[in-house]
Design a protein around this ligand. Structure first.
Ligand code: G3P
Length: 270
């Protein structure tokens, strides 16, 4: 069954999702660590240990910050050595391409780092995936998870064609039209389409690497990523919290409560 990860470094959110019995894993990145920084109380090391203990046995992704092969491997090893013993659950997050220059040919530092860490049995979550080809390369290098960035793919397509939007706006899975033309990026028409196409490649190639849909912005996208074939969805706390709600569910509860006859109440009270 599809797994639900929490995309947050906030301990209170991790504990809450765990208390609902829904925590299959946690994803963090430097931006999410920054968002949680008020809660460290000055000691990030102890804070991360607490996260790992709460999520014991469930994958917790910790991202490297370097952008050379050497740095990423050294940091990945360090994070794994320092933290894995607390919950046996550290996954090292490596960007598929750490270069700041999108047009540079690069020297595949991300892919090489994934290969080295994977050979050392350090599990890798390859992040910042925007094409099925990037996902394929990461899988070939041995990544356990690949993380296509669904919401950011939608943002990019809209920006590219000058469509104004706000971050949480729904973006149609089948793509958006402008002047009769479907907007796209490298043949991908939406973040959900990125998941769908990656799924096709992985199924065709019988790849075992899990597709982890990241950068999820709303409930519809959460559902569409499952239908598109994601193995794991990582979502922010507010989205996971909203999954259980519906107006008609609450309305139905009020109606049923109003209709309880005393005999039925007596029966259930015992
Ligand atoms: O897991 C990646 C995620 O944290 C990025 O989300 O909404 O900043 O694109 P977002």
């Amino acid at each position: 069954m599809v797994k639900i990860f929490l995309d947050s470094a906030k301990l209170n959110e991790i504990e809450k999702v765990k208390s609902w019995g829904l925590l299959d894993g946690v994803t963090t990145n430097p931006s999410l660590i920054k968002k949680a920084s008020d809660e460290f109380g000055g000691n990030i090391e102890e804070y991360i240990k607490k996260i790992l203990k709460v999520a014991k046995g469930k994958p917790v992704s910790l991202e490297v910050i370097g952008n050379t092969y050497k740095e990423m491997v050294a940091e990945g090893e360090e994070l794994f050595k320092k933290f894995n013993r607390f919950g046996k659950n550290v996954y090292i997050k490596i960007p598929v391409n750490p270069s700041f220059d999108e047009s540079s040919e690069g020297d595949f530092d991300g892919i090489k780092a994934i290969k080295t860490l994977s050979k050392k049995k350090i599990p890798v979550n390859c992040t910042l995936i925007f094409t099925p080809e990037q996902a394929l390369l990461a899988a070939k290098a041995g990544a356990k998870f690949v993380s296509p960035f669904v919401g950011r793919e939608d943002d990019f397509i809209r920006k590219k064609y000058g469509v104004s939007f706000s971050k949480d706006d729904y973006f149609p899975a089948e793509g958006q039209r402008k002047k009769g033309k479907v907007l796209e990026d490298e043949g991908i028409v939406s973040g959900v389409d990125l998941i769908k196409e990656t799924r096709k490649v992985f199924d065709r190639e019988k790849i075992k690497t899990k597709i982890l849909a990241a950068s999820i912005r709303n409930k519809e996208e959460f559902r569409e990523c499952i239908i598109a074939g994601a193995d794991i969805i990582t979502a922010p706390f507010d989205i996971i919290e909203s999954l259980v709600n519906h107006f008609k569910t609450a309305e139905g509860m009020k109606d049923f409560t109003k209709d309880i006859v005393p005999e039925y109440k007596k029966l259930v009270d015992g």
